[in-house]
Write a protein that binds this ligand. Structure first.
Ligand code: 2E7
Ligand code: F3S
Length: 316
């Protein structure tokens, strides 16, 4: 049977970022060093395939430190943790390794520095997301005010409009955040912040590349998990940049083939926590049904790498 032709625009950069690479390595190396089980507080990155693979190696995933025994190592996920978490682990004399992305740790340090300078903090982020919980948890409860939208900026109640600073989640929509920062600057002209926001290089680059492919795609699939903030932002960016059908899939079995009926061009990208094997699985599923021509659309080159913590580089 003749397969219909399909041009598949493959966005680059896509998939794993340096923080995810490092976090996964930390779990693997901790299991090598200390043996199984090694506990991991929260999904190390938001991807079921990654979590299941590490579980097979001997990782035990929990949501809270209370669920870990004192005498096994525990790793904190790439999204970061409130200060109370390592403090509690230290108090229990546990071995712990912090897999927080260094770009998130940098935001934590900034938040503390502003607070030390007497400024009240505002965080731009998504309520309840572990990164937001972790960054807000760098300061005492109630000290960091959360804004999620431009509307929130209009109503947020601050102590002193002259003594304010802001930080952001690293995986936000670049375009939405520009508007929120503009609203903050308009209402609080003295507010101190980063040069633009704290969105990381990987988030920025993945959103740029999906923007580049969106106008020429009948449909876009973003490989990523439903709890992955950066992956969900890619779906939105694809839709806003002009693609009529932009959807999240965890893997090939999630593809809604009926919705794709009649397409001639297809875009594929992946969130920062989605492994390349799943991206290839999705591409192969298209090859089964279509005569696929892959066109790589590369809008940036990435060469960022983060070292694993010293304790894992030393012999046991
Ligand atoms: C850590 C940070 O695990 P993810 O899907 O996380 P998000 O934050 O997008 O839900 O992606 C990797 C990652 C991104 N940001 C890990 Cl702070
Ligand atoms: Fe870090 Fe950005 Fe990845 S904050 S974990 S490099 S998506």
């Amino acid at each position: 049977m003749n397969k219909p032709p399909l041009t598949l625009y493959l966005a680059a950069p896509r998939g794993f970022c340096a923080g995810v690479d490092r976090a996964i390595k930390i779990v693997e190396m901790a299991i090598e060093k200390w043996g199984a089980p090694v506990y991991v507080r929260h999904e190390i990155v938001h991807n079921k395939f990654v979590v299941d693979s590490l579980r097979d190696l001997g990782a035990v995933f929990v949501e809270e430190l209370d669920e870990c025994p004192d005498d096994r190592p525990v790793i904190f996920s790439a999204h970061g943790v409130p200060k109370a978490v390592p403090a509690a682990a230290a108090k229990r004399e546990m071995i712990y390794v912090d897999a927080t992305c260094p770009l998130v740790s940098k935001v934590h340090i900034e938040a503390q520095r502003h607070a030390d300078n007497g400024l009240q903090m505002i965080m731009i982020g998504h309520a309840g997301h572990p990164e937001t919980v972790g960054t807000m948890g760098q300061l005492p409860d109630g000290e960091v005010l959360l804004v999620e939208t431009v509307e929130d900026v209009a109503t947020v109640q601050v102590r002193d409009p002259e003594q304010l600073a802001f930080v952001t989640q690293t995986t936000l929509s670049v375009d939405d955040t520009i508007d929120i920062v503009a609203a903050l600057n308009a209402r609080f002209p003295k507010i101190v912040g980063p040069h633009k926001e704290d969105i990381c290089y990987a988030t920025t680059n993945r959103q740029e590349s999906v923007k580049a492919i969106a106008p020429k795609c009948d449909a876009i699939l973003v490989v990523g998990a439903p709890n992955s903030s950066n992956s969900k932002r890619l779906v939105e960016v694809g839709a806003r940049a002009g693609c009529a059908y932009s959807q999240l899939v965890q893997r090939a079995t999630d593809i809604d083939w009926r919705a794709l009926d009649g397409i001639k061009t297809m875009g594929i990208t992946a969130g920062a926590s989605a492994p390349e094997v799943l991206i290839n699985e999705v591409i192969d599923a298209f090859r089964d049904k279509y005569d696929v021509t892959v066109e790589l659309v590369e809008t940036a080159k990435e060469n960022v790498e983060f070292k694993v913590p010293r304790v894992l580089r030393e012999p046991a």
